[in-house]
Design a protein around this ligand. Structure first.
Ligand code: GCV
Length: 720
């Protein structure tokens, strides 16, 4: 009878979980745990895992247990029994080493030392003479990470016969930044409203909060900043702190620390003080009292994220003080509790000669002046999350300062929710850039993992693309960038392709044709967007404020640096921003030999050419084409690539579930139209200055420049 039941469960699982035509709304993310489709592998896995056991009673160990239960059941198609004592071969054991009775006989000190506080060890070893799979760590959260890793191996068809894995995060703080407003909207959010329902908290604690924490833990994310950096001071009031406490209670199980964005003027706005001067003893006391109140509710509270003196947000400069004065005041308040401050370096004044130079000029004189529990959070590029920018010269320029990376996972400038762009190549391009700050090999990855200048407090942040949409990110491929962010935050050595491969197998299928086709869509997708939006180093030529479509003609903002014309500098002679000695000399903020390379017209990498140089339209490029023809070619190639993505996706009909297939098909159609819009609008606009024809053989724009200029998007998402 038992055998019959098992067979029926197996059949049902195959039918329910593995049919490509079965609807899937994307909610399960990469944690789908569908039956392993390769029958040979399935047989092996069932041999390796006949029973499982998790030692430990904490809520984190209970989460590990739950994960193991549903993971094994789904993937192996059988209810794998949970053992109560060591049995025969095929035992899977997960335990925190120091608390384990079963593992105490194993000598794992080297492995565990490497694993440190959050890492894990997965080994195949003999226990009581029988072969067993062991997942262990120094902490419960390490075990949970190990369980997720093990299940990932099964999901991706890995070999689990002789495991010997030691894995640990290279970066300490791996955080998501939610630009979520307390009223439920999300600044630059394209997946619906905020997932935090502040109104019903703290009593109504949605299941989704647990699902969120679980998904993040599965990729090693260990921090969440709950609210927009354009911070509403209300978050620091008692009612909101109680709501935050309810969320922190959910997160704790999954190793996620809560942070909030603090409004620098909160002592005035909430505390009725006359000033928020960071050197005023009353102000300092206000923050200390606030920290005490927060920690009394949330003992593992992570600390504050601050956007100060930027885009109208208050900050220490309003009181004649420096960023270091401001950051250190908050750092002092959270220090007794082990808290930290993430101070953003995204600053600019509207009329700077070159906005790209400002953060460097403002912050480098402060190197060595920040408290040891402050991290300077720097966007990957010197401007603002463009499809491509050279890296921010601040990386490597402040050796005495803890410095963390800020990437944007939500795609404010890359087509937003409707475009399919896998962001790992963008993240990797920055992480692998060599700053030459301490000679060759001084990569950004080594700046932010602390190894370049010997920092222990290290961090990376991703501005979240998560919202209340059923599939979390509004576009299934948005999940891939969330996933990639977490995986790279854990291990920046992973390649974009490896991560894509994992994600596709977990999200769609282990079928090699499907994997190959989806990889062909994902891997070049970022370059494709660059090609049809802003090739060759063009930048910031987006529609005003909403940043959705093209707007290279924008020249009417009272803030000079909010105009596209400020950035592309196109005129009848040529195009591009001269950042060499004859221009703003921004090249000088980079270390040699990179500065020389950027400064040289012939050596500057083509992808940054117009970022650093103003070039005549008829300049002969390496390809032999004129600059004008080359620009046109990029725009046209970009559109062709989107059409190729569409063809590839269409070929997958019936190979993956219909619901996700259809959604993506429609989104790609929007992207195709957007790409044509970008191409036509930009080529027509630049043509008014170059006065050169669109190269022969290319399809002519089917609308006029006036038409494109007349389009308006008062209700484009993400602006609140
Ligand atoms: C949260 C850009 C975005 C703003 C964002 C800002 C920032 O300017 O358009 O929406 O504000 O960056 O990073 O602070």
């Amino acid at each position: 009878m038992r055998k019959l039941c098992v067979a029926i469960i197996g059949l049902v699982s195959i039918f329910v979980c593995n049919s490509p035509v079965n609807a899937d709304d994307g909610y399960r993310l990469w944690l789908r745990y569908d039956l392993v489709s390769n029958s040979q592998r399935l047989k092996e896995y069932r041999q390796q895992v006949k029973e499982w056991m998790i030692e430990g009673n904490s809520s984190t160990m209970a989460a590990a247990k739950h994960e193991m239960q549903i993971g094994l059941h789904g993937l192996l198609g059988l209810k794998i029994p949970e053992a109560t004592h060591l049995g025969g071969s095929g035992m899977l054991i997960a335990a925190t080493y120091q608390n384990s009775r079963l593992l105490s006989g194993l000598s794992l000190s080297n492995e565990l030392q490497k694993a440190s506080s959050e890492g894990f060890v997965i080994l195949t070893r003999k226990l009581n003479g029988n072969s067993a799979t062991i997942i262990t760590a120094n902490t419960d959260i390490g075990v949970l990470y190990g369980v997720f890793h093990f299940l990932r191996l099964l999901q991706t068809g890995g070999d689990i016969a002789a495991l010997d894995v030691v894995s640990y995060p290279k970066i300490k703080l791996r955080t998501l930044n939610h630009w979520d407003n307390l009223k439920g909207t999300v600044e630059r959010g394209y997946a619906g409203f905020s997932i935090w329902d502040w109104h019903t908290l703290p009593i109504y604690v949605k299941q989704r909060y647990t699902d969120y924490a679980r998904a993040n833990a599965s990729i090693g994310i260990n921090g969440a900043v709950m609210n927009n950096v354009n911070a509403d001071p209300l978050i620091l009031t008692r009612p909101y702190l109680l709501k935050a406490e309810a969320l922190a209670n959910v997160f704790r199980t999954y190793g996620i620390r809560m942070y909030v964005s603090a409004n620098f003027d909160a002592p005035i706005k909430l505390g009725r003080l006359k000033s928020a001067d960071p050197l005023d003893p009353q102000v300092r006391q206000w923050w200390k009292d606030k920290a005490r109140e927060i920690y009394s509710l949330i003992p593992d509270f992570g600390g504050f994220l601050v956007k100060a003196n930027s885009e109208g947000e208050p900050g220490p400069q309003g009181y004649g003080r420096t960023h270091a004065n401001g950051a250190n005041m908050l750092a002092e308040a959270v220090k007794p509790y082990g808290g930290i401050v993430m101070w953003r370096a995204f600053v600019y004044s509207y009329d700077a000669k070159d906005r790209a130079k400002q953060a460097y000029e403002e912050f480098t004189p402060l190197d060595g002046k920040f408290a040891d529990n402050v991290l300077l959070q720097v966007k990957n590029g010197p401007l603002d999350f463009q499809p491509r920018e050279p890296f921010s010269p601040l990386f490597g320029a402040m050796p005495k300062t803890n410095m963390m990376m800020e990437f944007q996972i939500t795609m404010e400038y890359l087509g937003q929710g409707t475009s399919t762009v896998y962001l790992a190549p963008l993240f990797k391009e920055t992480l692998e850039s060599d700053t030459y700050a301490r000679g060759k090999g001084s990569t950004i990855a080594h700046v932010i993992d602390g190894s370049l200048d010997g920092h222990a407090l290290t961090g990376i942040a991703g501005v979240s693309n998560i919202g209340a949409d059923q599939d979390w990110t509004g576009n299934i491929f948005g999940q891939s960038s969330w996933y990639a962010f977490g995986r790279l935050a854990w291990n920046h050595d992973l390649s974009s392709r490896e991560i894509a491969d994992e994600w596709i197998k977990m999200t769609f299928s282990n079928d090699s044709d499907v994997i190959k086709s989806i990889e062909n869509i994902m891997m070049p997708s970022r370059e494709t967007v660059v090609n049809y939006m802003d090739p060759l180093g063009l930048t910031m030529i987006f529609g005003y404020d909403h940043h959705y479509g093209p707007g290279p003609w924008i020249d009417y903002s009272p803030h000079p640096d909010w105009n596209s014309t400020y950035y592309h500098r196109a005129d009848s002679l040529g195009v591009g921003f001269d950042r060499t000695k004859t221009g703003s000399d921004a090249v000088n903020q980079y270390h040699s030999p990179l500065s020389d390379k950027f400064a040289s017209l012939t050596e500057c990498p083509s992808e940054h050419l117009l970022w650093f140089h103003h070039i005549p339209w008829d300049y002969k490029m390496k390809s032999g084409k004129t600059l004008w023809d080359e620009i046109c070619c990029y725009y046209y190639v970009g559109v062709d690539s989107v059409r190729a993505m569409q063809r590839t996706w269409n070929s997958l009909k019936g190979r993956i579930d219909d619901e996700r297939w259809r959604n993506e098909q429609m989104l790609l159609e929007i992207q195709q139209e957007d790409a044509v819009w970008w191409r036509n609008a930009c080529v027509l606009y630049f043509q008014t200055l170059s006065r050169m024809p669109i190269p022969e053989g290319l399809e002519q724009p089917d609308n006029t420049l006036e038409y494109y200029k007349s389009l308006s998007f008062p209700n484009a998402p993400g602006r609140w």
